[in-house]
Design a protein around this ligand. Structure first.
Ligand code: PRP
Length: 214
């Protein structure tokens, strides 16, 4: 008899991972070791259920899943859109809710309206490019940043930003506003295309049981 292989799950480090593990725990799949705050281990197994979990940078989760190094991934819709990988998106988990928006000072509203060639700072150049080119038919200059995006319009690096807005407090505290909404976001479960066929029974069960918890 061939031994059952592990189903591997890649989780985006941070809040999403914590929420996801709570859901798996409710399904009777947990990894004690993962709750040890001092651990530097990167991968955790539940031997009984033949499942393993690892934590990765959010941007890398779609990569692990597309290549089949993970069968399943849990990651934000923002990252899925930005990475544009070939995956099945199977569940909207409903947590990690926020919005992708064009933000800036109120004065930039006119620049958007007039379709001027503005500079757009963002951690999400693909999402920003698709939005401005395909939806708005506006040519913009994209400036890739890696964090604290709200700084860009304040110090004159760009006219607007494309970024995630959750509570809106970062914008408020920096005198910026939402100028246009691009799309709503939340955590999603994604599945590798081959795994979906080869491990259909086990993966379908995980999807079904997880949906029942939402
Ligand atoms: C995100 C995002 C905004 C902020 C929005 O940044 O880029 O800056 O959260 O949240 P709010 O609407 O609740 O204020 P994050 O904290 O992930 O850090 P970063 O700036 O390094 O990307």
């Amino acid at each position: 008899m061939t031994e059952e292989r592990y189903i591997t799950v890649a989780l985006a480090k941070g809040r999403l991972a914590k929420k996801s593990m709570e859901l798996f725990a409710k399904m009777g799949i947990d990894c004690e070791e993962m709750n040890d705050p001092g651990t530097r281990k990167l991968i955790f197994a539940n031997e009984e259920k033949k499942m393993r979990f690892f934590l990765a940078k959010a941007n890398d989760v779609p990569t692990y899943v597309e290549y089949g190094a993970a069968d399943i991934g849990i990651v934000g819709k923002d990252t899925i859109m930005e990475e544009g990988r070939s995956l099945y998106e199977v569940i909207d988990l409903g947590f990690g809710k926020c919005r992708m928006c064009v933000c800036g000072p109120k004065s930039a509203k006119q620049l958007l309206k007039n379709r001027e060639q503005i500079r757009v700072a963002t951690k999400y150049p693909n999402i920003a490019k698709t939005y401005f080119n395909n939806k708005k038919h506006q040519t913009v200059e994209l400036i890739k940043l890696n964090g604290s995006i709200e700084l860009a319009p304040i110090v004159g690096l760009s006219e607007v930003i494309v970024d995630i807005v959750e509570t809106g407090s970062t914008l408020r505290e920096n005198g910026l506003d939402v100028l246009e909404e691009i799309c709503p976001l939340s955590a999603r479960m994604v599945v590798n295309r081959v795994s979906m066929k080869m491990e259909n029974e086990r993966i379908s069960r995980i999807i079904r049981e997880m949906k029942e918890l939402l």
